[in-house]
Write a protein that binds this ligand. Sequence first.
Ligand code: G4F
Length: 313
Amino acid sequence: MAQILIEKGYDVFGMVRGQANPKIRMIQEETPKLELVEGDLQDLSSLIAAVEQVQPDEVYNLGAISFVALSFRQAELTADITGLGVLRMLEAVRIVGGAENRIRFYQASSSEMFGKVRETPQTEMTPFHPRSPYGAAKVFGHYITVNYRESYDLFATSGICFNHESPRRGLEFVTRKVTNGVARIKLGLQEKITLGNLDAARDWGFAGDFCEAMWLMLQQDTPEDFVIATGETHTIGELLALAFAAAGIDDWKPLVESDPRFTRPAEVDILTGDASKARAKLGWKPKVDFPELVRMMVASDLEIEAGDPSRRP
Ligand code: G4F
């Protein structure tokens, strides 16, 4: 997101928490023009101070505990950061933005809110049925954003984003776990990839495309919520086949195993988004398709894993 906004000519400030945040070095190397400010989604006064310091025109709240599996083990923390953190950020935006509501606000809502899906494909009108503490916290974040828009006339919007991936994806998420595992197998650094539920299916898109949609949402005349998705669903089997093919490995099935350690107490089996509203009103459509996304991630992981071991994730 920062990279896209910098390319558009914005002065961009990223909020970081903690004293010795391990991601700061990577962020500074990848986006040197990004300025960092301190703030913590659990601490309203720190958010007010950050927003006062920056005096932003637009705030993009992409901050959360975003790993669904972790949310089962740290449910209260997830509710506090992923759920209540949105309320605190909205309060900071409302207070600092003054009576004329100078600051526009984007909330990263999630397709995890659809959970045990009530209809396919999912639209802005599909009822929610979250299947994890993460999904439940995102539902709160979504509705409190709608509520601040309706109560205080804030320019507050939610993008209901389906899974969006890139070479910068964390290794704990299934796409990157697969592409990084494939690269390591190819280079003789690892023998197998151990996953959880191999039957899951997702509507996976490229994060860069999705960030463009987030920006477009804040450039409209009126704030509205949008589903952001590719409309295509792929299985983990397809992800594996494409990733191994990108590394030139044919006989991959014996290289993948499933372990209950990686399954979840409740699962979201399948997601398919309908982004017709975004297409019609924002003129948005994804540019990178699924095979290209997987090839991009495998190529990046092959380069990382073949390089200096101290730079490996
Ligand atoms: O890559 P995942 O961990 O992503 P998940 O749970 O769909 O959540 C991501 O997308 C959401 C949008 O829909 C975001 F809101 C959220 O923050 C995050 O970015 O898992 C995808 C699927 C799941 O069904 C999971 O059970 O892959 C399955 N899976 C199977 N084996 C695995 C594994 N997931 C992970 N992370 N690791 C495995 O070994």
